[in-house]
Design a protein around this ligand. Structure first.
Ligand code: NDP
Length: 449
């Protein structure tokens, strides 16, 4: 039996951050991983997706360059691109392994399962520890549907070795709109099936409408208030998707982007007396402690904010609290971006959340909608929407929302100001950088409502 100060289960973003930080305090740390080191973000999420977004951006830019006098057209070789993208993921996987080695964390490859309240078993060997962190992440879920076996998810999309000609995407969340945008830009004909009117439930309504409208302008088809009832597979490249409203769509790939579930089954939670909620997410306190006083949980497995930087922050928080005598608690407020076309950047409250918290009479809404300068010559008709929500009497900026080129980069900067609780007048006192789109956030004059 081997004993550790800390045993981390899951070498994704949150688990790696926690393990390496604990090791910095001189602790004896092990991390168990059943697949590959890196987790969803590095292996089949944010990183390969962002590489796809860059490829899509080149495809868009080559089309738009004609408006600037460029004459050449460019041929895209998807198989070559996919091979290079996958090689980069392998490289990053290797870097994460070597960073673990350098930090002194012991990597144990295999599936860890609690076999008592204070021990886990991996590959038949038992390990004990003073403290454990569960950071096993989540996995895509597909609603039980006839023909579901003919769909792929965001885990399998990386195995495509040719560009789909026609793709049906089921769902209207982050993953659905991002892949719809990527594949449409690369040349695929994309249809999205959503069970409501608008994509991205929970985002600001104006932003949702703007994004959906821009995606439609690009040629993405939306089947609203509909769901998939059957997928018939004639050949691997020829499928028929049947909707509950009777419509049929021919395609070669069906991507289910219908949400994710925690990877809690089969890790011995009951044996370790670790409680979950009714969706299978591990229940945690504001210190991320589970119902077992020696076990913490963080990242997608707790089902709060399923974002990589939040998992990393929480991994460091737990280990700083344990070994650095801190007493930090979780703060779920976090800026976010959706790498759709156009991309979204968001920080703070939506209009609906602001109204709920402060009442309509206490908020001011500022909006600017315009065609960005780059598209005047490119002839793309895409427009930017920027929205600011201000507390009428306190004057603090409650939320910033942007749909448009560079939204993620712009909102990351402004997120500091929103987090610091700066006022509309402090925004206004900041000199604009001209010409830019970001300058609109310091130039908004009259509230629109
Ligand atoms: P989301 O929860 O964001 O979206 C799931 C979508 O599937 C929703 O539109 C939902 O509809 C729909 N859906 C769920 N169940 C059904 C059903 N039974 N029938 C029909 N439609 C259904 O999940 P994703 O998988 O897109 O993403 C998971 C998480 O990963 C995100 O929440 C995000 O935290 C993270 N992520 C972050 C990214 C980023 O930071 N850029 C990128 C990708 C993922 P409805 O709206 O009606 O519920």
């Amino acid at each position: 039996m081997t004993h550790y100060d800390l045993f981390v289960i899951g070498a994704g973003s949150g688990g790696l951050a926690a393990a390496k930080n604990a090791a910095k305090y001189g602790k004896k740390v092990a991390i168990a991983e059943s697949e590959r080191v890196g987790g969803t973000c590095v292996l089949r999420g944010c990183v390969p997706k962002k590489i796809m977004t860059y490829a899509a951006g080149y495809a868009d830019a080559f089309k738009e360059a004609k408006g600037y006098g460029f004459k050449n057209s460019y041929e895209f070789n998807f198989a070559e691109f996919a091979q290079k993208r996958n090689a980069e993921i392998d490289r990053l996987n290797g870097i994460h392994i070597s960073l673990l080695e350098k930090s002194g964390v012991e990597l144990i490859m295999g599936k860890a399962k609690f076999n008592s309240e204070n021990s886990v078993e991996v590959n038949g060997k038992t390990y004990t520890a003073d403290k454990f962190i569960i950071a096993v992440g989540g996995t895509p879920t597909v609603p039980s549907t006839q023909g579901a076996e003919h769909m792929i998810t965001s885990d399998e999309v990386w195995n495509l070795n040719k560009l789909p000609q026609k793709m049906v995407i089921w769902g209207g969340g982050y993953i659905a709109v991002e892949f719809a945008s990527i594949f449409q830009s690369l040349g695929t004909e994309v249809s999205i099936i959503i069970r409501r009117d608008l994509v991205l439930k929970g985002f600001d309504e104006d932003i949702r409408k703007h994004l959906q409208n821009e995606m439609e302008k690009r040629g993405i088809k939306f089947m609203k208030n509909a769901t998939i009832s059957n997928v018939e597979c004639k050949t691997s490249d020829n499928k028929t998707v049947e909707l509950d409203n009777g419509e049929k769509i021919e395609c070669d790939v069906v991507l289910a982007a219908t949400g994710r579930a925690p990877q809690t089954p089969d890790i011995g939670l009951e044996t370790a007396n670790i409680a979950c909620n009714n969706k299978g997410y591990i229940d945690v306190s504001s210190h991320l402690l589970t119902s077992n006083a020696n076990v913490y949980a963080l990242g997608d497995v707790i089902g709060r904010v399923e974002l990589t930087p939040v998992a990393i922050k929480h991994g460091r928080m737990v280990t700083n609290n344990l070994y650095g005598n801190l007493n930090q608690t979780v703060d779920d407020a976090s800026p976010t971006a959706v790498f759709s076309s156009p991309p979204l950047g968001v920080v703070g409250l939506t209009e609906a959340e602001s109204i709920e918290q402060f009442g309509t009479e206490n908020i001011e809404i500022y909006t600017e909608e315009f065609r960005p300068m780059i598209h005047v010559l490119s002839e793309r008709t895409e427009r930017i929407l920027m929205k600011m929500i201000v507390h009428k009497t306190k004057r603090t900026v409650l939320g910033l929302h942007m749909a448009g080129k560079d939204a993620a980069e712009i909102i990351q900067g402004f997120a500091v100001a929103v987090r610091a609780g700066l006022t509309k007048e402090q925004f206004d006192a900041t000199v604009a950088i001209h010409p830019s789109s970001a300058e609109e956030f310091v130039l908004m004059k009259e509230p629109s409502r």
